[in-house]
Design a protein. Sequence first.
Length: 432
Amino acid sequence: MRSIRQQLLIGLFCGALLCIAGAGVGLYRAVREEASELSDMQLRQIAVTLPDQLSGINGARVVEDPEEEFVVQAWSDRGALIYASRPDAVQPRYLANGYATVQRDGQRWRIYSVERRGQLVQVAQSLATRDGLAAKLALRIVLPLLLMIPLLGGLIYLVVGRALRPLHQVARAVAGRSPQALQPLELAPMSPELRPIVDALNGLLLKIAEAMTAQRRFVADAAHELRSPLTALKLQLQLAERADGDAARAAAHAKLHERLDRSSHLVQQLLTLARHEPDQVPQAAAPVDLCALVQTAVGDHSTLAESRNIDLGAALAAITIAVNGHADALAVLLNNLVDNALRYTQPGGQVDVSAAVEEGRAVLRVADNGPGIAPGQVPRVFDRFYRPDGNQAWGSGLGLAIVKNIAELHGAAIRLGPGLDGAGLTVTIAFP
C-alpha cells in the first residue's frame, strides 16, 4: 500500500498535469477560433483589394505570407481565368458569394468569393494550414506552462513534505518514549487535522496507564495476600513434621489440608478476578436463562448448605427470565454470591436465591439472615481483599469484587439491603 506522501504527490502531480493538458486543449480551441476569424478577415481583405492591384497588370503576384498559403484567383465577366497566384493549386470557380467551406482532393478549403467591377475574385486557404497556424500559436502560449511543470512538481513536493511534518513529529514523540512514559502528548502548535488523532492517542495512553496501574496494584495485593497463606502453610508443615503421635500428626495434616484449601480458593479467586476484569474483551453475548442459572447454583451448593445445616432455597418466577449476557460469567457471579451467603451465615440459618422481573428489569437476588454488614463498611465491601471486621469465616475478600466486575460487564446495577426478616444481607443484581 502506498504511503500518504506518495498518494498526495502522485495525485497532486497528475492533477496538475491534467489541468495543464486541459488548459492546453482549451487554449488551442480558442486560438483556433481566433485564427479562423482572422484568416477569414484576411481572405476578405485580399479579395476586396485585388481588383485595384490587377488594373492593367494582369498576372502580378499578390504579396502574402508564405505560412498562410493563400490561393488567389480572378475571372473576367466572360468566365476566363485572368489571374492565379499559385498555378499549381488552382481551385474551381465557385459561384457563391461570401464564405464557403469546400472539399477537393481529400483536402478541405476555406473560400471567399466576391464580384467586383465585372470580375469574380476568389481567395482560398487550406484548413490544414489554419490548424497548423493555430497549433503554433497555442504552442507558444502553452510552452511556458510546460516549462513550469518541473517547478510545479518541486513546489508540490515541498508543500506536501511541509504539510506532513506534524505527522512525523507525532511519530517521533511516540517512538522516543519508554514503556513507563505514558503521560499525554503535548505538541504545540498542532494542526486541527491532527488534534483528533493526538486526542485519541492520549486517551489510549491514559487507558494503558490506568490498566498498568491496576495491574501493578493487583499484583502487589495478590503477592501480599499470598504471603500470609504460604507462611502459614510452611509453619503448619513444620508442625506436622514435629508432631508426636498419630493423633497429633493427623490433626496437623487436617489443618494443613485446610490451609491448602484456603490457598487454592484464593488462587482460584485471583484467576477469576483477572479473567473478569471490566477491560477484558468478552465473548459474544447470548440469551441466558436466569431461572436455570438459579437452579444450577442452588443444586451445586446444596451439599455445602446441608453440611452447615443451612436452609438453601430457590424462588423462581412462573415465566422464563432471560437476559443478554455471558452464561459462564453470570454463573460465576451467582456462585460467588451464594458461596458468600453460605460461608457467613450461621448454622441453622437461611439463604434464599431468586430470579424475578421487577419494574420491567430482570433481577437476581441472594438473601440471608446472617450477621450482615455494618452500614459503615458497605462502601468498601466491593474492594479487593477487603473483609469486614468480626467475621470468623475464612475467605479471600475477592468474592464481591468479582461480582462487581461481572455486573459492570453486563451493565447491571448492584443494590445491598437488609436480609431475611430484617437480619443479614440481601444482594440484588438488576439488569438493564
